[in-house]
Design a protein around this ligand. Sequence first.
Ligand code: SF4
Length: 366
Amino acid sequence: MADLTGLQIFKYLPAAKKLPEGNCKKCGSPTCMAYALKLAKGQAEIEACPNFPEDLKGLLEQSLKKPQKEVYLGKGQQKILVGGENVLFRHDKTFVNKTAIAIVLDTSDKDFDKKLKRYADFEIERIGDIFKVDLIYLKGNITKECTDKIEEKNIAWAGENDLSEMMLVKENGLAETVNELTKIRKKAVLEKDEAYSSPVMMYFEHDENLYRLMAKASFYLCKYANLLIFEDFNEAMFSTLMTLRQNIYTDPQKPLQVESKVYEFNNPDENSLVFLTTNFALTYFAVANELEALNRSSYLVITPSDGMSVLTAWSAEKFTAEIVAKTVRKFKIAEKVKHNKIIIPGLLAHLRDEIQEELPEYDKLL
Ligand code: SF4
């Protein structure tokens, strides 16, 4: 059962049922409706109403239960958090804890050190996120020597017996498996059925065909595995899965953005071009790609614009002449180059005079 709204609660209260005790004010609220609204927000107690219906009590208890448990994984210093999801679709609200991606490492493997180094060296930055192996799943005899080596690399680890709070779903063909995963998530989120409240993990045995493996894992990452454990390690496969995961686990209400700062392309110096745009990630990467390919060096000044694209930021007053001037001064652009030209977004060419007024030292806005 999803959380009850104030209106849903009100339907059970005496005033809605036209009982004589309705709106008696004994709960401290002027009406049953006011009390219902407070209760839905967690600002009132059930005990405050002496006429509280028993059937509503049961429903509320059910609604207050957590849909899916959150579980910390990792026996050593490093921990990761999985589960805690409370929606079926990311656009309903947001997903909470990203699907963890783990790699198997056998303690008896003669290449233990070599493999561990390879897993630890895998690190990619994408739109402000660092992609890394989330967890090492240890097989075999777990010795302190092995776990110390992993902890030195700052990676979480767990043994075969340390995942008892997770629910293992075995692969049984793509369609069957997705049906099973969907059933579990629906039971957890919509019915808050405790039998299905554990986060879900899947184990992928060695597969010669990495494309097939990745296709399956991508599907289960979208619907609805919380932990994927692989016997195969491949940097391209992991980075692809993590890119997919990043797209799913970002909050749809918060646009992807990059840090507001000065980015450098092709070793800039005092003669380099200066470009300026907003911190919307897509805008940044579109411009950055062009600047990288340019046969000139350049600086790219990124304004703080709440992750909005150029025109949206302008219409929301997040890209104004004042903000541009403040940003250019904050990053001391005048000290980086010996010319007085800044290239502003073409869509906002009409801001040229306004910016020039705010920044009299830059008399060439292009
Ligand atoms: Fe309604 Fe109960 Fe409050 Fe009386 S005490 S107003 S019945 S909610």
